[in-house]
Ligand binder design. Structure first.
Ligand code: UT7
Length: 323
């Protein structure tokens, strides 16, 4: 059977780093509060010349170099983002053009923080359906552009960045010993819209709007939703937490990551944490964390890796990949 095998990873971050202490003169907060409640110590913030498209392009180029491929080898680009350069065309198409790629096709996926998990699952279906052989899956965000910088309950939590994977069609035997995407479970429930949303849009206010979140409410649902979707993925693949080599969760809050890992019985040393360095970069958070753990030699060929995310909508999902 066809499997979607990871061939390369890459990442890109804005030049400017903003430390927790840099907020102290802007809103009533402290380095201590942010670090204790979230695990975040710093985040990268995009300059005017750094956009979702430019960061996505840089991450894509890094993933292509890591894979030893060029844009000519790619058939499809799937970009997960909630902060596109323009309402349309899709920022994926802009990245396609920036890469000098004028064949194949490209589109955006919008599932907020779960966007990358949705995008990997979608790319896997295109590959297994025979519509694409090599797919660039990108998560790129500039959430700094939609933050209310006077709202301390949200502005300290998010950052900008991009990460990318190259998925390639490979032959598998149909067992979980295969390399590639092995199982996935996606969920959404629009009943939770008002807990995490942007208060603007082309069809309503005609403006871009700002991010609004009832953090405590999101927190309350997060661990249960995350563990449900991971247990569904485990049972699809016929594995337990002990079989995992790495858990790469969405990086929103260290307390949510710890509580989810504990509830699932995933050992602490198997959990990849980058929320301290990047903050919550929404759809970019999982591929950024993956890139860090691949670059530092933790994630190696043959490892069993679980990706997970939960965010606005609510949307949530998990994907199991043998590297
Ligand atoms: O990626 C999408 C998914 N998003 C998430 O997963 C975010 C989920 N939520 C969270 O991570 C947490 O709920 C937060 C980090 C947002 C907040 O942590 P919390 O422990 O749930 O705090 P809280 O909302 O219960 O607020 C505690 C107190 C409040 O003051 P009072 O009402 O107790 O007097 C807040 O006003 O902390 C206050 N507070 C702050 N204080 C200093 C809120 N933000 C800040 C701040 N600095 N930046």
């Amino acid at each position: 059977m066809i499997r979607s095998v990871v061939r390369g990873t890459g990442a890109a971050l804005p030049r400017r780093i903003m430390k927790n202490a840099d907020f102290e003169g802007m809103v009533e907060t402290s380095d201590e509060w942010i670090a204790q409640r979230t695990g975040i110590r710093q985040r990268h913030i995009a300059a005017d010349d750094e956009t979702t498209a430019s960061l996505g392009e840089a991450a894509a180029r890094a993933a292509l170099a890591n894979a030893g491929l060029t844009p000519d080898d790619i058939d499809l680009i799937v970009l997960a983002t909630s902060t596109p350069n323009n309402t349309f065309p899709a920022t994926a198409v802009e990245i396609q053009n920036r890469l000098g790629m004028h064949h194949g096709f490209a589109f955006d996926m919008q599932a907020v923080c779960s966007g990358f998990v949705y995008a990997v699952t979608t790319a896997d279906l295109y590959i297994r359906g025979g519509l694409a052989k090599r797919v660039l899956v990108i998560g790129s965000e500039t959430f700094s552009r939609i933050l209310d910088w006077s709202d301390r309950s949200t502005c300290v939590l998010f950052g900008d960045g991009a990460g990318a994977l190259v998925l390639e069609a490979g032959e598998g035997t149909g067992t979980i010993a295969d390399r590639g995407v092995l199982a996935a479970s996606l969920r959404s429930d629009g009943a939770h819209k008002d807990k995490l949303f942007v208060d603007g849009g082309p069809s309503t206010t005609g403006t871009v709007g700002h991010l609004r979140m009832e953090g405590r409410e999101v927190f309350k649902h997060a661990v249960g939703m995350i563990t449900d979707v991971i247990e569904a993925t485990f049972s699809q693949a016929g594995i337990t937490a002990d079989d995992l080599d790495w858990f790469v969760p969405h990086q929103a809050n260290k307390r949510i990551i710890d509580a989810s890992a504990k509830k699932l019985g995933i050992a602490e040393q198997k959990v990849v944490v980058t929320v301290d360095l990047h903050g919550n970069t929404s759809a970019a958070s999982v591929p950024l964390a993956l890139s860090v753990a691949v670059a530092d030699g933790r994630i190696k060929k043959g490892d069993l890796v679980l990706l997970e995310a939960m965010g606005g909508g609510f949307t949530w999902g998990a994907v199991l990949v043998r590297w």
